[in-house]
Design a binder for this molecule. Structure first.
Ligand code: NAD
Ligand code: SSN
Length: 494
């Protein structure tokens, strides 16, 4: 399979995971019918890591047709057969964990320790859904009418499209794909142009695991993203689109998908409040802020975006957070001892700078950081701003290593400010008061709440948002339902 490939630019134990031909259609890696290539950049040094072929709308249509053909037999496989394949994919992902992590770090920039964590996290969706799908029981529903038995069938939706972002090059795909395949669907993935090599490595893992041809397909593009996205939205053979990315793009896709009334699942942008009450355990709150705000250098959709800190604990929290941030080791993710890596590209660095400049112009103080780093690659100093007033961050996700501290006085004020945003993905708060735990958990307008923890994601829990953060849930038993149709069978004449 790998004989005509260029050697990987990074050291891999299993070089077959570095795919260079192009996308993956009907079980084969292919360049497709496009002309030209796009470059993939290592954000840790700004250098080109490799180039991959631009694929086309025609290639996307072909992938959809193969997925439709493959659906005919894949949907008839038993839950036990699909569970066995998912378990095999999990095992292969774990067997190749180090290589897959190296690929993530090379194209996304995150430190190797984080990339290794992503591979376990991403892999866990396959093992979790392997277990869940064989316990996917139906219903027998009491009948109002004599002689009728009501039962439900849970069936696959059909051919599904997946579009994912670059920030978790493996896990954002696997969280959708594992549930989609478990439910008996076939899939066409449009991979992010920043991190396509991880998506292709996953395709190779699925190929090695014996996933039948056409069940999983990958198309690649940078230039034709809007056209290929439109095809995935408008093609009548596709019955579901699952998208993770920005709210801006989510709105475009939703309007494009309306012509065929596709089922949609959207995991969109966030603007998470991170609230520290006076009665919080200070050390837990600081550790939570470091994990939540600075994970992946602030580039996760569930990162705290606004740190609301109560007056009585504000000064101690600010001091300890600044000390913790000063201890970060920022650099190329592949280098030893690095705790925080680069941002994905220059535009991301510029956005952090814009948010810092805007907040400072409106009265905020720089407590640490506050500047781009003058090194190769796309680095911004991990930053804490104090006494932040009304500014752009209130309504915009920074998606970078910037912790803005806002002071507040009362619980009511904190909740009102936390909810004063159009989006509602995650929210966090720290308190040792049990009544407050229940009150504030109920009051936050978000899909996920972390109480006394900055990390909430696991395969077994429902991940998703409210308001303009999207709809649908991934992971957990709800995540499987999102990839199924419920069909009533009313059997009469009994
Ligand atoms: N809720 C979640 O689970 C979650 C997870 C990760 C990231 N995100 C969000 O994603 C955003 C960051 O990622 P991004 O900047 O890459 O987002 P983005 O919306 O620009 O891109 C996401 C994906 O959509 C594709 N895309 C862009 N324009 C498109 C179009 N017109 N048609 C079809 N596809 C298109 C991109 O190529 C990429 O594959 C943040 O807002 C973040 O919060 C959300
Ligand atoms: O960036 C979004 C996903 C992050 C996670 O799954 O924890």
């Amino acid at each position: 399979m790998a004989s005509t490939r260029a050697a990987p630019p990074i050291k891999l134990n299993n070089p077959s995971l570095w795919v260079t031909e192009g996308g993956f259609i009907n079980g084969k890696f292919t360049k497709g019918t496009g002309t030209g290539t796009f470059d993939v950049i290592n954000p840790g040094n700004g250098k080109v890591l490799g180039s991959l072929p631009e694929m086309t709308v025609a290639d996307t249509k072909e992938a959809i047709q193969h997925a439709a053909t493959a659906l005919k037999s894949w949907r008839k496989t038993s839950e036990y057969e699909r569970a066995a394949i998912l378990q095999k994919i999990f095992q292969l992902q774990m067997d190749n964990a180090e290589d897959l992590a190296q690929i993530i770090t090379a194209e996304n920039g995150k430190p190797l320790a984080d990339a290794r964590g992503e591979i376990s996290y991403g892999g866990s969706y396959f093992s979790w859904y392997a277990g869940e799908v064989v316990r996917n029981y139906g219903d027998v529903i009491p009948s109002l009418v004599k002689g009728v038995q009501n039962t439900t069938l849970k069936q696959p939706i059909g051919v599904c499209a997946i579009i994912t972002p670059w920030n978790f090059p493996n896990a954002m795909v696997t969280r959708k794909l594992a549930a989609a395949l478990a439910a008996g669907n076939t899939v066409v993935l449009k991979a992010p142009s920043e991190t396509p090599y991880s998506a292709l490595a996953l395709a190779e893992i699925l190929r090695q695991a014996g996933v039948p041809e056409g069940v999983f397909n990958v198309v690649l593009t940078e230039n034709d993203t809007p056209a290929i996205g439109k095809e995935l939205c408008e093609n009548p053979t596709i019955h579901k689109l699952s998208f993770t990315g920005s709210t801006r793009v989510g709105k475009i896709l939703m309007s494009q998908a309306s012509g065929t009334l596709k089922k949609l699942s959207f995991e969109l942008g966030g603007n998470a409040p991170f609230i520290v009450f006076d009665d919080a355990d200070l050390d837990k709150a600081v550790a939570g802020a470091v994990a939540c705000k600075f994970r992946s250098s602030g580039q996760t959709c569930v990162c705290g975006n606004r740190l609301l800190v109560q007056d009585g604990i504000y000064d101690q929290f600010a001091k300890k957070l600044v000390e913790a941030v000063k201890a970060f080791k920022v650099g190329q993710g592949a280098h030893d001892g690095i705790t925080h890596g680069p941002l994905i590209h220059q535009a991301a660095v510029n956005k952090v700078q814009d948010h810092v400049d805007d907040a400072v112009a409106k009265g905020a103080k720089v407590l640490v950081g506050g500047k781009k780093m003058s090194v190769d690659g796309y680095f911004y100093e991990p930053t804490v701003l104090g006494d932040v007033q009304e500014c752009a961050i209130d309504q915009e996700e920074t998606f970078g290593p910037l912790a803005p501290l806002y002071r507040f006085k009362t619980e009511e004020e904190a909740i009102e400010r936390a909810n004063d945003t159009e989006v509602g993905l995650a929210g966090y708060f720290f308190t040792e008061n049990i009544a407050r735990v229940h009150r504030v958990s109920a009051a936050l307008e978000v899909g996920m709440v972390g109480v006394n923890t900055g990390l909430i994601s696991q395969a077994g829990v429902p991940f998703g948002g409210v308001k303009e953060s999207g709809f649908g849930r991934e992971g957990s038993k709800y995540g499987l339902q999102d990839w199924q149709q419920i069909k009533l069978v009313a059997l009469g004449g009994l």
